[in-house]
Design a protein around this ligand. Structure first.
Ligand code: SAM
Length: 289
């Protein structure tokens, strides 16, 4: 028994940084409690303080794994004051594990102010990677773009839909009571052919991930009372890459004309912008006159 205890303690401390006063940013499950990594549990077990968005939610996770921890609440409404106390504890050498209710802290969740303050003070910040709803949904979307954009909650940031008109996939979080309205607005703005992935209740009992054209999305959400319940991530498929307008093409042409004859400049400008060479040649002749 004594040997086991020593081995367990060695395993726990092996996960901790030798520097005291480290802030661990620990990802926790977005539904399925079995998604906690062994390392995240060791860090939660060994930390002096676990800073939680909601202590009641985190208590369920910790109790599930038999972890007793000193919890401190750090949420959207007390982030500054609670952050000050946690910084003091970090400065005094305590190891703090920061968690949110689900997923990765500081991603559409509190925690970024504390992390920024820890960096300012030269304290060590260590991420403990794990679940995040945005990345889980993107990984199951099947969009093959090299770039994607994470927007989070549309309503919170008062984004206009215009800003989502980009040639790469866009990841949105949405509340169940707004998901239908948002999907309808996306359909109106981007048209029936644009693709959408709806990832609902990921890693939970009623999980669904469905990829469809936007025109099919309202009917999908209306197919049964349960379809608009739970937690949602939307991944909007990429829009067409837009050709630059004539004004931008003429700016490029102007630069090329500094070094090249009109026909060559027009040929290259057409290649860069996708606009017709003839129009660009006419424009370059006007510029050189
Ligand atoms: N920080 C978290 C993360 O990294 O996943 C996100 C926190 S944000 C406050 C919560 C939102 O994430 C929900 O409203 C929903 O849009 C999305 N979400 C969280 N868990 C989910 C799940 N299991 N399935 C689908 N969406 C989920």
């Amino acid at each position: 028994m004594a040997v086991l205890t020593i081995q367990r303690r060695e395993r726990l401390t092996a996960h901790l940084n030798p520097t005291r006063g480290t802030l661990y940013v620990v990802a926790t499950p977005i539904g399925n409690l079995a998604d906690s990594s062994p390392r995240s549990l060791d860090i939660l077990r060994a930390a002096d303080i676990v800073a939680c968005e909601d202590t009641r939610t985190s208590r369920t996770l910790l109790a599930h794994h038999g972890i007793e921890a000193r919890m401190v609440a750090l949420h959207a409404h007390n982030e500054r004051e609670a952050g000050e106390k946690l910084l003091r504890a970090l400065r005094e050498g305590s190891n703090v594990a920061l968690v949110s209710d689900a997923g990765t802290p500081a991603v559409s969740d509190p925690g970024a102010l504390l992390v920024a303050a820890a960096h300012r003070e030269g304290l060590r910040v260590i991420p403990v990677p794990g679940p995040s709803a945005a990345i889980a949904a993107y990984s199951a979307s099947g969009f093959t773009a090299a770039t994607f954009q994470f927007v989070g909650f549309l309503a919170a940031k008062q984004h206009s839909l215009q800003e989502l008109d980009v040639p790469w996939p866009v990841i949105l979080y949405e509340a169940p009571h707004r998901v239908f309205k948002t999907v309808t607005a996306l359909l109106e703005r981007f048209g029936p052919e644009r693709e959408l992935v709806i990832a609902r209740e990921m890693s939970k009992k009623f999980e669904e991930v469905a990829r469809m054209k936007l025109e099919a999305a309202p009917a999908w959400l209306n197919d049964g009372a349960h379809r608009q319940q739970g937690e949602f991530v939307l991944v909007l498929g990429p829009g067409e890459a837009k050709k630059p307008g004539m004004a931008e093409a003429e700016r490029i042409l102007g630069i090329l004309l500094e070094r090249l004859p009109a026909s060559e400049a027009a040929r290259l400008a057409a290649k860069i912008t996708g606009l017709p060479k003839k129009a660009l040649y006419a424009s370059s002749l006007k510029s050189v006159k």
